[in-house]
Design a protein around this ligand. Structure first.
Ligand code: GRF
Length: 203
């Protein structure tokens, strides 16, 4: 019997966070297995990463579905087909509906490149720079019905340096993303996370 946590990963782009989780699994740091990677974009490099690792890589085109709920129902069907127990959003550029959330209660995670609740939504790194913040960072959270509003699992601060551009800041934040996302998934896999309202308790 495979006692490892089965993870379904949703992506839209490069998939470097997916890669970090995959690498942590390969190194044996994470009692988990990625069972499928699903992208709404056919050309997402994340799909190529999955293929190279021998993981089922699927393109599910959101434009082929009648609306967000219908698309999420297709995602749920595919995730169930592969037996996913945890859904990891890794640069998945779609708004999630209750159709997905109710199928995986407190089992959908996301990473956001800001210290939430500051700078939710798109272009978080640019928002932080334009605001003149001195500190940026990243947040892993459970997904709820809002945009980047779910209970926080892990955060890491990253300094904003003079002369930073969106690119240099994003790269510095990404390094921390690759550290804390596998760590948050590990805590979930070990059954060490419990949610009480907004509080995520780690035991
Ligand atoms: C990351 O910055 C993540 O925080 C955001 O989208 C980006 C995805 O990067 N949600 P990657 O596809 O994991 O390389």
């Amino acid at each position: 019997m495979d006692s490892k946590l089965k993870i379904g990963v949703l992506v839209s782009g490069s998939g470097s966070n997916f890669q970090a989780i995959l690498d942590a699994c390969s190194r044996g740091e994470l009692a988990a297995r990625v069972v499928c990677v699903i992208s709404n974009k056919a050309d997402a490099f994340a799909l190529e990463r999955a293929r190279r690792a021998g993981i089922p890589a699927l393109h599910l085109d959101h434009r082929a579905h009648a609306g967000r709920e219908a698309y999420d129902a297709a995602l749920v069907a595919t995730l169930r087909e592969f037996g996913a127990e945890l859904v990891v959003l890794a640069g998945f550029m779609r708004i999630i509906t209750p159709v997905l959330l109710e199928a995986f209660p407190m089992a959908v995670m996301n990473i956001h490149p800001a210290l939430l609740p500051a700078f939710p939504g798109l272009h978080a790194q640019r928002q932080a720079l334009e605001y003149g913040a001195k500190l940026a960072g990243c947040t892993v959270h459970f997904v709820d019905a809002g945009t980047d509003t779910g209970p926080i699992i892990a955060q890491a601060p990253v300094p904003i340096l003079e002369g930073d551009t969106e690119e240099t800041l994003s790269a510095r934040i990404l390094k921390e993303e690759h550290r804390i996302y596998p760590e948050a998934v590990r805590l979930f896999a070990e059954g060490r996370l419990s949610v009480d309202g907004r509080q995520v308790k780690i035991t």
